[in-house]
Design a protein around this ligand. Structure first.
Ligand SMILES: Cc1ncc(COP(=O)(O)O)c(C=O)c1O
Length: 309
């Protein structure tokens, strides 16, 4: 992938090639880390990080449930320090970056599983991601229903972005790509629609928008939350509920939401066409509104933008 200039590592900005972890680090071996993916948009007031504080809150909550201390090389970090570290990394890497990835992980060297007292580290990487699921077009994405199940809350904390939990997402993604699809939707342990490998999912059916509720073992997506609010403000009825596979496949429109994917229409699920296979009217309208919001054109949503300069 394309390198950027600097990576923030435990309080210092280091060159991309110098941001290293030891082969025996606990996180590398057991997935004991928590990360975030955060979008940076260009606005008339300069680069802005979208819902930065909400991402940092989720990151810190993830560390709390994982028991990872926010002490990196002897210094304790708080909410404001983490916010500033992310902004600083965005600033130094210039205008080409559109995605920031902070990660807090057990960096200490261990051969055993015990995570207690293993030292932690934090990194912030900024990259140019562009369109995560391919360039914008009217075509809806082809997705499959994965044979892998969305891990539920008895396996790992579904509400946190825990590195190790993403093994399931990568299995499902591989399954999708091997079948010529771009994404996979995963069902939860009781067979309800949960989410995609890196996106939440929405449907428009019988005049209402529906999305799996948080207790269905999904990540409580920040884009999901934004779209629920924006759609309601636009006058749509939005239900956070259980969604069955039949409701999904029978929907008039289906779209995915995520920081990386933003809003992406689904045209086919397991070879069955959704609508006419192209982006639907509701998806299109919400997508356009969201785009205006993130690029700083809608004053009532200014709160969601954190300017880096
Ligand atoms: C499994 C999963 N679900 C949903 C999402 C969407 O969450 P957000 O909108 O906060 O990026 C992500 C992306 O981070 C994800 O990894």
């Amino acid at each position: 992938m394309e390198k950027t200039e600097k990576i923030w590592l435990n309080g210092k900005l280091v060159n991309w090639d110098d941001a290293k972890v030891h082969i025996l680090s606990h996180a590398f071996n057991y997935g004991t880390g928590v990360f975030e993916g955060i979008r940076v948009y260009q606005t008339p007031k300069g680069p802005a990080v979208f819902r930065l504080k909400d991402h940092v809150k989720r990151l810190m909550e993830g560390c709390k449930i994982m028991g990872i201390d926010l002490v990196f090389e002897g210094k304790e970090y708080g909410f404001d320090d983490i916010v500033e570290a992310i902004k600083e990394t965005v600033r130094v890497n210039g205008e080409a970056v559109d995605y920031a990835k902070p990660c807090i992980y057990l960096s200490g060297e261990e051969v055993g599983l015990n995570p207690v007292h293993v030292p932690s580290s934090m990194s912030v990487t900024c990259v140019h991601m562009g369109a995560y699921l391919g360039p914008a077009s009217d075509e809806g994405a082809k997705i499959i229903t994965s044979s892998w199940q969305r891990p539920d809350n008895l396996c790992s904390p579904a509400g946190a972005k825990v590195n190790g939990t993403y093994v399931t997402s990568t299995l499902a993604k591989r399954e999708a790509v091997r079948q010529g699809a771009s994404e996979a939707v995963m069902l939860n342990s009781v067979g309800h629609v949960a989410e995609c490998t890196g996106e939440n999912i929405f449907i428009y059916r019988r005049g209402k928008i529906m999305t799996p509720m948080v207790s269905e073992c999904i990540l409580e997506g920040i884009t999901r939350d934004s779209i629920i609010k924006v759609a309601r403000d636009m006058g749509y009825e939005v239900l956070e509920t259980q969604v069955s596979r039949s409701q999904l496949v029978g929907a008039d429109e289906v779209w995915m939401t995520g920081t990386a994917a933003e809003i992406h229409a689904v045209g086919y699920i397991d070879g069955r066409v959704i609508g006419d296979g192209k982006i639907g009217e509701v998806t299109k309208a919400i997508h356009a509104r969201f785009h205006d919001i993130v690029t700083g054109k809608v004053p009532e949503y200014e709160d969601w933008l954190d300017y880096v300069n």
